[in-house]
Design a protein around this ligand. Sequence first.
Ligand code: FES
Ligand SMILES: [Fe+2]
Length: 386
Amino acid sequence: MESTQDPRLMALAERALSHYVNKTTDRAPTTMQMPVSAYSDTARYDRERKRIFGSLPIAVALSIELPDRGSYKAMQVLDVPLLLVRDEQGVARCFLNVCRHRGARLCESGRAQTRIIACPYHAWTYNLQGELVARYGADSFGEITQQAYSLTALPCEERAGFLWVSLDQTPFDIDQWLGDFAVELGTLALQDWHIYAQRELPGPGWKVTMDGYLEAYHHNMLHGQTVGQMTVGNLMVLDTYGPHQRLTFGRKSLGELARQPRKLWRPQDHIRLIHSGFPNLSVSGIVGGFCLVSQIFPGPTAHTTLTVQTVLCAKPPQTDAEIASAEDFSAMVLQAVKDEDYPVGFGVQEGILSQANTHFTFGRNESALQNYHRWVAHFMGEEISQ
Ligand code: FES
Ligand SMILES: [Fe+2]
């Protein structure tokens, strides 16, 4: 957790307070036009899945989802069946969740603990490094070079509380990819948190969905009964780290800082940080020791996504009051996303198909959206005109 007067948070609170007092927000130099076809074109979507989600390092899981040696998580990401494993040395690894004999799925989706990976079809078994170590009926099966039958490994790195994987096996340098964003994410110390809840939410297309995670312009209107009650609408302090961004929002109490001597400030009580990892990660916290991690995975069409929403607590809730408070936070963020953000997003999706708009317009106050779409264009090898 942050110390009371973390200089970094003090500086952010100061910038946010200045906006609050002056009724301003960080702004891009201009508004930006985005062709609606970028949201709906099917051929483009297939290319985006390959060039962005296929070959860039994606945060597929939190480190704390594999807490011990022998912990594993099986999951489908886009069309790729992943098996994430923490081996006996504590190293996080990622394999295709596919047996090398005749292709059976090795582990069902979910998290568990194991010492070996045994195929449910004919009982070939693999160790936690993915090496084939035993075959049922090996004599009758016949000779094979066992070393050539290791599970297919994907490039996998563990940094800043997440496992990063490239789905199409493109090698990557995670430190280069994250740059200083790793330090920012690292300050959250996500490896020390506790998973309170995790669920999957169907949502609208990935750009429509991500757009909603990148601005506070909608908070007062759409989230008036939930997170909007805590956030100052339309106030954002933005910092960028290559394609990654950190958004600082003001909490409703932000204005109190104007009346307090600086040495008494507790900045963490008055701002809220969103760490947005390109292309699909949002880490939002920390409200009273709670944090929301959202991973937005594109679905089979340009109009669909699956969000893995994980609610973290700084420590496991134990007393009735702590459990009630964790449940309240969990229920509130579920409501804000499932009943507020995503229904609006599904409406946007229908609106896209109606062809009412040829372009969307990102305001100067929606600068994180502008950056995001510029980076999408960058990885697609395109330029965006203003
Ligand atoms: S498919 Fe796995 S042992 Fe046969
Ligand atoms: Fe929202």
